[in-house]
Design a protein around this ligand. Structure first.
Ligand code: HEC
Ligand code: HEC
Length: 296
């Protein structure tokens, strides 16, 4: 390749890698290690993790629909930063397990609503009053502080069955907690919402590490159609060569057929459709996987 082309590619890559607006404290890093389900030794068929969506439309079979799905990416998406609110941080990182309402899938996945209500002094005092106990505001404030610390600790260390979120900056966590308080009906929470500017790669990083990595290992062998039929899930390191950008975006947002069996035939597959992610956001996940190749 002529040196000039290399220089152009290098300049493009370094300008993309240099973007980490709004979350300067945490650099973007590649996704690593086994999937969360493998980590828990939990089978795809025995869990709601990553599948709590409203199942979304089934993917039509190829041939039936070639005109029906049209990619609608914004021009220049890969170079433009995005403005996220706490609701978006929750959507990219938590919704696949905890649902849009925050109620989760009990008993496996607890609701986030109750623990977040316990971070409100007003709500604690009201509860105590209902239970016939008088509690001082100062004591309620101590309990509220403990509840808040427990939630923050959970993002750093994870829970018993919940992954940790080292990819989230302090600002992202603060913004998300403000949203969770609004979701949980804490009085005044709607006035505390924070907007954050994020680089495309960091948006992609959050989606991949928090949502896709629930089921997909970071790296490993590329399964053939027979192995896919038998239940193999292709590792994240293979996705950008297995699929083009439009196929990838379609697989996630609307469903895309995948070759299974021998002789191989296209099938709907078992992966859920994440119709709450926008096409630009999913394209950012593809960009992130390309710029930060997944590690062992
Ligand atoms: C891979 C699935 C998964 C993801 C993603 C996930 N959680 Fe959880 N979460 C769980 C499970 C399972 C539990 C209950 C068991 C445990 O504590 O580990 C839980 C419990 C919780 C609890 C405590 C509930 C209680 O009763 O004390 C909170 C709060 C919570 N999650 C918040 C979040 C937030 C906020 C995010 C996004 C940053 C998130 N979770 C992402 C699976 C997940
Ligand atoms: C609940 C588990 C689960 C989650 C979460 C998940 N996937 Fe998948 N994914 C699968 C399974 C299973 C397959 C194998 C094909 C099938 O059955 O649909 C697959 C296949 C794929 C393929 C198809 C590869 C091909 O050759 O056609 C792509 C692309 C993909 N996933 C991307 C993603 C992305 C991006 C995310 C995160 C937004 C994600 N997946 C989250 C389970 C999951």
């Amino acid at each position: 390749m002529p040196m000039k082309n290399l220089a152009v590619i290098f300049a493009l890559l370094s300008s993309l890698l240099g973007q980490s607006v709004g979350s300067k404290d945490i650099p973007v890093t590649p996704v690593e290690g086994e999937s969360w389900l493998n980590h828990l030794h939990r089978k795809f068929s025995d869990t709601s993790m990553g599948k709590t969506w409203h199942a979304g439309p089934a993917a039509p079979m190829p041939g039936q629909d070639s005109a029906a799905w049209q990619e609608k990416l914004s021009q220049g998406f890969a170079a433009r930063s995005m403005t996220l609110h706490g609701a978006d941080v929750y959507r990219l990182n938590c919704r696949g397990c905890h649902t849009g309402s925050g109620h989760g899938a009990p008993p496996e996945i607890n609701s986030v609503v109750d623990p977040v209500r316990s971070t409100s002094v007003e709500i604690i005092m009201e509860r105590m009053k209902k239970a016939g106990m008088d509690m001082s505001r100062a004591n309620a404030a101590v309990l509220a502080k403990q509840a808040n610390a427990a939630i923050l600790d959970r993002f750093h260390k994870g829970g018993q069955d919940m992954p940790p979120f080292p990819q989230l900056s302090e600002t992202e966590v603060r913004s998300m907690i403000a949203y969770l308080r609004q979701l949980a009906g804490v009085p005044g929470a709607e006035k505390q919402q924070i907007a954050i500017t994020e680089s495309p790669s960091h948006v992609g990083e959050q989606i991949v590490k928090s949502t896709c990595h629930i089921c997909h290992n970071a790296a490993g062998p590329n399964p053939n159609p027979q192995q896919i039929l038998e239940g193999a899930i292709p590792p994240l390191s293979t996705l950008t060569t297995r699929t083009s950008l439009p196929e990838f975006v379609r697989k996630v947002t609307a469903g895309n057929p995948i070759s299974m069996g021998a002789p191989s035939e296209p099938f709907r597959g078992r992966m859920p459709v994440f119709d709450y992610l926008s096409e630009d956001e999913v394209a950012n996940a593809y960009l992130y996987l390309t710029l930060y190749p997944p590690q062992k």
